[in-house]
Write a protein that binds this ligand. Structure first.
Ligand SMILES: [Zn+2]
Ligand SMILES: [Zn+2]
Ligand SMILES: [Zn+2]
Length: 280
């Protein structure tokens, strides 16, 4: 399984209209310190999330989205789901796509928001149906997505209704993508243990960076470390499992160069950056 982290921020670093100290330092430092909104490509056909940065995320790694067959949406916040851009996949706009229909897996809340937009804009539902299939996903379910097995779990991210975190398995490898969630309960661990899941790469929300400000819908480095320890104790991590933080925010007050050092030395985690590729 090849993972490519295309975007690794919340509201981007630097944020679009922001001139805070973190954003200014990131802009000056450049390189990995510049982070677009979060998105992960698995192999070349399964995508997680679809923000308005999707186009630039793909161009940054020399690709378009023509090979993507499936999209898992975590939740309806705009840094993860800007569905208007899907309409550039209509016939007559997108040619030589690998599959006629793009399959989009999303929560009922995200689905309802999208349907309202489609109706409000008067979009042709027949054209839509030719190029898209929408599959509503419930938490605590495991289902096939092409050659992958996907498990959806509930996130602690109540401000936009139902949000999901995902475990994706292929060929005996398992990737846990847990962003846009606060410190989740041991119910998640228990479910994974019951299902016999073992993780090769654990990637967790790090919006608060190395701070503990009161923001229960996201996590800090130390909260992520506590989840990793809990998963290890519960037998959910394979030996030598990789640990990564992702989804950074200028509100955390740190740029990539600082994040990478603190994550490694203090918490034993690595840090994602836009374009990072990891093969499991
Ligand atoms: Zn987010
Ligand atoms: Zn800022
Ligand atoms: Zn969110």
């Amino acid at each position: 399984m090849k993972l490519q982290f295309l975007g690794t921020a919340a509201e981007r670093i630097p944020a679009m209209f922001c001139a805070c100290d973190t954003c200014r330092r990131a802009l000056a430092a450049g390189g990995r310190n510049i982070m677009r909104r979060s998105q992960v490509l698995i192999n070349d056909d399964l995508l997680i999330d679809f923000s308005g940065d999707s186009y630039s995320n793909f161009i940054n790694v020399g690709k378009t989205l023509s090979n993507v067959e499936h999209v898992l949406i975590t939740h309806a916040h705009d840094d993860h789901f800007t569905f208007e851009d899907f309409f550039s996949r209509f016939e007559g706009i997108a040619y030589n796509v690998r599959t006629e229909k793009l399959r989009i897996y999303l929560s009922s809340v995200a689905y309802d928001i999208m349907q309202k937009c489609i109706t409000a804009r008067g979009l042709d539902k027949k054209s839509l149906g030719k190029r898209f299939e929408f599959i509503v996903v419930e938490p605590y379910t495991t289902f096939p997505v092409g050659k992958y097995t996907v498990t959806a779990l509930p996130a602690v991210h109540a401000s936009c209704g139902e949000a999901l975190i995902y475990l994706i398995e292929e060929d005996g490898k398992a990737f846990f993508y847990g962003t846009d969630t606060g410190f989740f309960s041991e119910e998640t661990d228990a479910f994974l243990a019951r299902e016999g899941k073992k993780i090769d790469l654990l990637c967790l929300d790090c919006t608060k960076c190395d701070n503990e400000f009161n923001y229960y819908v996201h996590m800090s480095m130390s909260e992520g470390r506590r989840i990793a320890d809990r998963f290890a104790e519960g037998g959910l991590l394979k030996d030598g499992a990789a640990l990564y933080y992702t989804h950074f925010s200028h509100n955390g007050g740190m740029i990539y160069d600082e994040l990478a050092e603190v994550a490694r030395s203090k918490y034993g985690f690595a840090v994602t950056y836009d374009g990072l590729t990891v093969t499991l």
